[in-house]
Design a protein around this ligand. Structure first.
Ligand code: UFG
Length: 343
């Protein structure tokens, strides 16, 4: 059985992807320094899959530690690189930490892969690279222009894409798949794994579920005066399990496809934009919970509206994000209830 190395595999998207990989028959070795995740996630993965992924508590910036993992596993056929710092606000305050963590880990990983002749890498990127696409580029496809990043975090995604392109140009054996995620939400239907935000959530869905659970008084909707039908911002919210499945398709394609570009880029989204106010209504419908909220001023740096043109991923990967939004929101609520032991 082929082995996939998953960096950041105890994190939110990494843990869901590990489940899907293992259910498709891959062996998985997770490397994670647990800086923003818990080792208990491994129990959740094992409870779902019936097998435990191998785990190494190491930092991807550490060449020697990473080299040891490859040394011990000659069966690694590909790497999925999730490990990264990801809080936009924090990145503004601690840019050097973000550049060190996010750039250093990719560079180290590519060096170690080359030393061990592992040639397939899937990289977690973000729709943040598109900034605010102009109207002609909505929905946004992979050919839309990359815009100057609004935060050090966003910049690390852009620079990492460039690093991958340059490394692939110099080494024709290296194959890379860059996945640009839109807004991942929800949790595994078992509610055994899900998102574990640190402190006060910055992202919408964890704030919504914590408000519904009574941990936060009310949701603050950041602006209702945008140039959108109801004035609130529009995003493409993609179910984390659908997103995880796209990674398996990407790995399968890297291993099996005869004709593929050396570096391929895919948008991973549903193709549908939803406003913040619509999402609140959908959440209430999906869960029967009333969600207290108020409208406040705009959040600095927010994009007004962006949603994906996912046709390339649909056609080339044979993948589609098709879980209905009400099911996705119900999964997020089920997970919050599990965390808070709400019956
Ligand atoms: N929002 C609220 N109230 C909240 C939190 C969010 O109204 O308490 C709104 C935001 O203004 C935005 C939408 O909900 O309109 C989504 O916000 P998120 O923070 O959940 O997601 P973003 O689209 O802003 O951020 C995501 C990723 C980042 C990435 C960014 C790039 O989380 O990692 O996209 O645009 F950098």
């Amino acid at each position: 059985m082929a082995r996939i190395l998953v960096t950041g595999g105890t994190g939110y998207i990494g843990s869901h992807t590990t489940v899907e990989l293992m259910q498709q028959g891959y062996n998985v070795t997770i490397v994670d320094n647990l800086s923003n995740s818990s080792v208990d996630v491994l129990d959740g993965i094992e409870a779902i899959v019936g097998r435990r992924p191998e785990f190494a508590n190491i930092d991807c910036n550490n060449y020697v530690d990473l080299d040891n993992v490859f040394e011990q596993h000659s069966d690694i056929v590909g790497v999925i690189h999730f490990a990264a710092s990801k809080a936009v606000n924090e990145s503004v305050e601690k840019p050097l930490l973000y550049y060190r963590n996010n750039l250093g880990s990719l560079i180290t990983l590519l060096e170690v892969m080359k030393a061990h002749q592992v040639s397939n890498i899937v990289f977690s990127s973000s729709c943040t690279v598109y900034g605010q696409p102009d109207a002609a580029h909505l929905p946004v496809d992979e050919t839309a222009p990359i815009q100057k990043a609004l935060s050090p975090y966003g910049n690390t995604k852009q620079i990492n894409e460039e690093i991958i392109n340059d490394a692939a140009y110099a080494d024709k054996n290296l194959k890379a798949t860059i996945l640009r995620y839109f807004n991942p939400i929800g949790a595994h239907p078992s509610a055994l794994i899900g998102e574990l935000p640190n402190g006060v959530p910055q992202n919408l869905l964890p704030y919504v579920t914590q408000t519904a659970a009574g941990i936060r008084k009310e949701l603050k909707v950041f602006g209702d005066d945008y140039n959108t039908p109801d004035g609130s911002c529009i995003r493409d919210y993609i179910y984390v399990v659908d997103l995880a499945k796209a990674h398996v398709k990407a790995i399968d394609r890297m291993i099996n496809a005869k004709n593929r570009d050396q570096v391929e880029v895919f948008n991973l989204g549903t193709g549908h934009g939803i406003s913040v106010l619509e999402l609140i209504k959908d959440f209430e419908k999906a869960t029967g919970k009333k969600l207290p909220y108020s409208i406040v001023g705009r959040r600095e740096g927010d994009i007004e509206q962006v949603w994906a043109e996912p046709r390339k991923a649909n056609e080339v990967l044979g993948w589609r994000a098709d879980t209905p939004i009400l099911d996705v929101l119900a999964s997020a609520w089920k997970w919050e209830k599990h965390l808070r032991k709400i019956l």
